[in-house]
Write a protein that binds this ligand. Structure first.
Ligand code: ADP
Length: 304
């Protein structure tokens, strides 16, 4: 059994003047050392969850335990164990990254021996910008500086709220690299996202919430197994005149030169299907395959 760094039991939140629970008695636990993705559509309750951990929103009921500390009795200790990267960039443009880090270290009263600002800036690919004015940093660099700021007090857990919202492709990749670096160094990462590719690329474990309820919570690899579907598109060198009978049940699309098949991976072997074409003297020109991804699973879960 993996060690749990966060354990949440029957956590509920109902905002004043609201009829519905923003969090409806959820149970959730997060493995130490993992990258954990909290997924869900807008209004699902993701920010509420994070804000409760961060002590910014009071829970209505339930139990929250972070690094062995109870939120009711030790909120301050919990706060010290978390680094939080908000969505918006809040950086004073007249300071350099190193000055910003030093100010932050002062605010957290980090002891001198524990200040690792150089190391953190290097991990985030900002080592060579340590003494440049923050206003000269690109948008992506500023965002990484926000992550660096959140790591000043060396928290074992880093929380990122929609880390790549509005970030372009190249900078996004760089930010993902930084997040993975921090994780390799031992930090447990929690991120919210509604960008499913991000979760698929980064996360070890994923919880999906919708209307305040956890509708899935598993390792990414187990979640990807939920949909046992595979699609293959086959292009032929000549016009298709006769389709083998064994193939017919799996056809979802067909044109003169192309056929798309859909089947259950666990029951049908792709090579076996293709053999039927070869036996019928249909010469293949190209094959493309698509396994179900997180997006397919997400849509299925929300539909249910
Ligand atoms: P997400 O982060 O997944 O978009 P939120 O946690 O922000 O979801 O919101 C969950 C639900 O709680 C939504 O219905 C939202 O309207 C409601 N909510 C969030 N914050 C407040 C608030 N301060 N007052 C009242 N209702 C709120």
């Amino acid at each position: 059994m993996k060690k749990k760094i966060i354990r949440v039991k029957k956590l509920a939140k109902i905002y004043r003047e609201s009829e519905n629970y923003a969090l409806d008695h959820i149970d959730l636990s997060i493995n130490q050392g993992s990258i954990f993705g909290l997924l869900g559509p807008n209004g699902a309750g993701k920010s509420t969850f994070i804000n409760i951990l961060a002590g910014l929103v009071n829970k209505s009921s339930g139990k929250v335990n972070v690094c062995g500390f109870d939120l009711d009795s030790d909120p301050k200790t919990i706060r010290g164990n978390l680094g939080i990267v908000p969505q918006e960039i809040i950086i004073d443009p007249f300071f350099t990254p190193m000055e910003i880090m030093n100010i932050q270290a002062g605010m957290y009263a980090v002891e001198k021996v524990n200040i690792k600002n150089n190391e953190i800036l290097n991990l985030l690919g900002l080592g060579d910008k340590a003494n440049a004015y923050a206003r000269s940093l690109s948008g992506g660099m500023k965002r990484r500086l926000m992550v660096a700021k959140a790591m000043v007090h060396n928290p074992p857990i880093l929380i990122l709220d929609e880390p790549t919202a509005g970030v372009d492709v190249e900078l996004r990749t760089k930010l993902w690299e930084s997040i993975k670096n921090l994780n390799k160094n031992g930090t447990t990462i929690i991120l919210t996202t509604h960008y499913l590719k991000e979760a698929e690329l980064l996360c070890d474990d994923i919880a999906v919430i919708n209307r305040g309820k956890v509708i899935a919570n598993d390792s990414k690899s187990n979640l990807l197994k939920i949909l046992d579907e595979k699609e293959i598109k086959i292009e032929f060198t000549k016009k298709i005149n006769k389709i083998p009978n064994k193939i017919k049940p799996y056809i979802i699309n067909k044109s003169s030169y192309e056929i798309t098949l859909k089947f259950n991976k666990s029951k049908i072997n792709t090579a076996e299907l293709i053999k039927h074409f070869v036996n019928n003297k249909l010469e293949l020109k190209d094959i493309t395959t698509k396994d179900s991804d997180l997006e397919d699973i997400f849509i299925k879960l929300l539909k249910n």
